[in-house]
Design a binder for this molecule. Structure first.
Ligand SMILES: [Zn+2]
Length: 462
């Protein structure tokens, strides 16, 4: 009896974390990868010819906010832009309006919305209430969240509270028992509030003041206190976004002392500067803010040195009206869109620096999946893994924000018009084509909730 042909074979240059298989293929059976190779592909019911293009693992974006401005209805549009951007697994933050994900019951409700409306697969963070939330930690871990998220800075007492030191210490002790990672929004509240009040009193509310009132020290001070508590408790404590190389240096210093510490770089901190904040005004506002061109270079040094856990977007699709600058930068919402531009931009930034696309497979797929306990189901081109692929066509393109596949008022981007050296020609989710380069073929509900697969802590080794 001849062997059963594969359901689908996808041809292209297969990008693995440490090698590229040129003239390769990925063969799919059901929803998983069943064979990988080079040369003549095996028989299959369907052949998808992407010869000459790069077949990367579907990207895993380890940090985004689909529901911080619009609530859970935001999942549908944001996940559609993910599909068009080659991101097949979204790891969504818990700071949702009107209710953040602070207990297992709320998590189950959000999971139902994900399963009904998401276009791509989604893992979820959990958090705790400002007071009395520590008791819910074990239940959240049991219910399948991938990681926790807490903050040293208060944006909203309910949605995004500052967790005080004694509560954070108690939370770290409890999270340590679960084996899950705890990501921290790292800004010093007192310093930022004082500098902001002084700027306002002096009548300085122009765009650059957003960066001036949140100096690098506001980050590194917060990094120090969370890492000291990590050392004390054994909890895996992770900087949710370091805009400065010092954050990665501190994470490494504490690892050497025996703590479980790490930090992630969002892609904007690898390319955007204070000049971009002045140029883009409200549309360039995010927290932490863009830094100097010299700091961007230090970020790349940290990246090359292997100090960065992974690269994410911190996608936060504010309605356009909330981003318009009207003379007061402090009034604009903080956060950028980034899902649909993630893959082309990361490829471009690496190419501009002469770095290989294999680093993208590692830092935008494998490592975020490992840190969030989703590997190897997600983040890898390996036999038995979900057949999630991001297909890149190389060439000269420009990113066009009007092409963003999200609700109308989320079709803006700090990268609008930027030259890109690649575009996403196709996306596959569990073997199915969900983006063909022009149309999102996934439907609301094509995506699934992905619970954490195991409780092993990963700190970047191996
Ligand atoms: Zn964020």
């Amino acid at each position: 009896m001849p062997p059963t042909p594969f359901d689908r074979v996808i041809l292209g240059d297969v990008v693995l974390p440490d090698a590229v298989l040129s003239d390769g293929y990925v063969a799919v059976r059901g929803e998983v990868i069943a064979a990988i190779g080079q040369g003549t592909p095996p028989p299959a019911a369907a052949v998808e010819d992407h010869a000459g293009r790069l077949l990367l693992p579907g990207l895993v974006d380890g940090h985004m906010h689909t529901s911080s401005s619009t609530g859970w209805p935001g999942i549908e549009g944001a996940s559609m832009s993910a599909a068009a951007g080659g991101v097949t697994t979204c790891v969504d933050m818990p700071y949702d309006v009107p209710r953040p994900v602070t207990d297992a019951g709320i998590l189950r409700e959000k999971v139902a919305v994900v399963e009904a409306t998401s276009h791509v697969d989604m893992a979820l963070y959990g958090t705790i209430t400002k007071a009395g939330g520590v008791e819910a930690i074990a239940g959240l871990a049991e219910a399948g969240i991938c990681s926790f998220k807490l903050s040293t800075y208060e944006y909203d007492a309910v949605r995004f509270p500052r967790i005080d030191h004694p509560t954070m210490l108690a939370a770290f002790r409890e999270i340590a028992k679960t084996g899950l990672m705890c990501a921290i929004h790292n800004e010093d509240q007192e310093l930022v509030q004082r500098l902001t009040a002084e700027a306002k009193a002096a009548g300085r509310t122009d765009p650059i003041m957003h960066a001036r009132t949140r100096p690098p020290l506001a980050e590194s001070m917060a990094d120090l206190e969370i890492f000291e508590m990590a050392l004390e408790t054994g909890c895996h404590v992770h900087i949710a976004h370091s805009s400065i190389a010092r954050g990665f240096e501190l994470a490494e210093l504490y690892r050497r002392s025996g703590a479980r510490t790490s930090g992630e770089a969002c892609i904007q901190y690898l390319c955007m500067t204070e000049e971009d904040l002045v140029r883009l005004q409200g549309f360039g506002k995010c927290n932490p803010p863009f830094r100097s061109a010299a700091e961007v270079e230090r970020m790349w040094e940290a990246f090359r040195a292997g100090q960065v856990a992974y690269v994410s977007t911190d996608h936060a699709p504010w309605p356009r009206a909330r981003k318009v600058y009207d003379g007061d930068i402090f009034a604009s919402g903080a956060g950028l869109t980034g899902l649909q531009s993630f893959a082309p931009l990361m490829y471009t930034l690496l190419a501009e620096r002469g770095l290989p696309a294999t680093l993208m497979a590692r830092y935008c797929a494998e490592r975020p999946a490992r840190f969030h306990g989703l590997y190897p189901k997600k983040g890898a081109i390996r036999i038995g893994c979900d057949a999630d692929l991001c297909v890149l066509e190389r060439g000269d393109f420009a990113f066009d924000a009007s092409e963003i596949r999200d609700r109308e008022d989320a079709r803006w981007s700090p990268y609008d018009g930027r030259a890109m050296r690649a575009r996403v020609a196709a996306t596959y989710l569990r073997g199915a084509c969900i983006w063909d380069g022009g149309t999102v073929l996934a439907r609301p509900g094509s995506g699934r909730f992905v619970p954490r697969q195991h409780r092993d802590t990963y700190l970047g080794e191996g």
